[in-house]
Design a protein around this ligand. Structure first.
Ligand SMILES: [Zn+2]
Length: 256
């Protein structure tokens, strides 16, 4: 058996070091290409990078006797089945975040702002409230309220101020009391994902409910719109965005 000479041994070590350095530089190059670090686990949700502008709409922490995250914003299974009815007006997706809470739970303003409308034509009956946040460049809409908020258009509200009470879309608090919260532009036509704007531990909030697995999977693009953060913006009157041909779970209504 022949042993390598010290000279060849050094050459071999040098070659190995060069290979390792090349592998490292390739990895760094991939990371730098789009300015975003490549996630170590592609199935983990990617956190929004900018600092969230707003706070949660409740003064008390989440829990079984206070409030929990219900249906999240986006391409939910529930919205898919109602894309041509309840959610048709805004692209067929669930265009707000739902927070389940007992009727009468106090709702607070998510940011400083000015009341734009009380019981305006913004849906989410029986009562709703639109607050503009001019400094942030967005508006917040609070729907399915228990009663007409005792505020008037133009009135100033402060972040954390109690502005309304949780009600029920069925209006008598016997069905599914919850707050439907939307983030809109100041023209009130575009709707955005509240998880990108509200400072909260959204990952933990989903652990306390059944919402994490509730996004509809489009089998033609199975990784699209599958996390809390990766969801589309919509606008009122825009095209249906989730009219998928084949889905998972299966659309049983289309099966023979
Ligand atoms: Zn909702």
């Amino acid at each position: 058996m022949r042993f390598l000479s010290p000279r060849r041994c050094l050459a071999l070590i040098a070659v190995v070091i060069v290979i390792i350095l090349q592998l490292l530089s390739t990895t760094l190059l991939i990371q730098a290409q789009d300015g975003q670090p490549v996630p170590s686990n592609p199935f983990l949700p990617i956190q929004p990078t900018p600092e969230p502008l707003f706070q949660l709409p409740f003064a008390v922490p989440p829990g079984p006797t206070t409030w929990l995250l219900g249906q999240p914003y986006g391409n939910t299974i529930n919205a898919y089945y109602q894309r041509n009815t309840l959610y048709r007006a805004s692209g067929g997706i669930h265009f707000g975040s739902d927070f389940s809470a007992p009727c009468g739970t106090e709702i607070v303003a998510i940011g400083d702002g000015l009341v734009f409308a009380v019981d305006g034509s913004f849906g989410s009956p029986p009562h709703n409230l639109m607050i503009d946040h001019p400094q942030a460049g967005y508006a917040s809409m609070y729907g399915h309220l228990l009663e007409t908020p005792s505020l008037i258009p133009g009135q100033q509200v402060m972040q954390g101020q109690v502005i309304a009470l949780v009600g029920d879309g069925g209006s008598d608090c016997s069905a599914y009391p919850h707050l439907h919260l939307e983030i809109r532009d100041l023209g009130h036509l575009r709707k955005y994902n509240p998880a990108l704007f509200i400072n909260a531990n959204w990952n933990n909030l989903t652990l306390m409910g059944s919402s994490t697995r509730s996004f509809m999977r489009n089998l033609a693009a199975p990784r699209t719109w599958q996390t809390l953060y990766d969801q589309p913006e919509v606008r009122i009157g825009g095209p249906i965005m989730n009219d998928f041909i084949s889905t998972w779970p299966l659309d049983w209504s289309l099966l023979p």
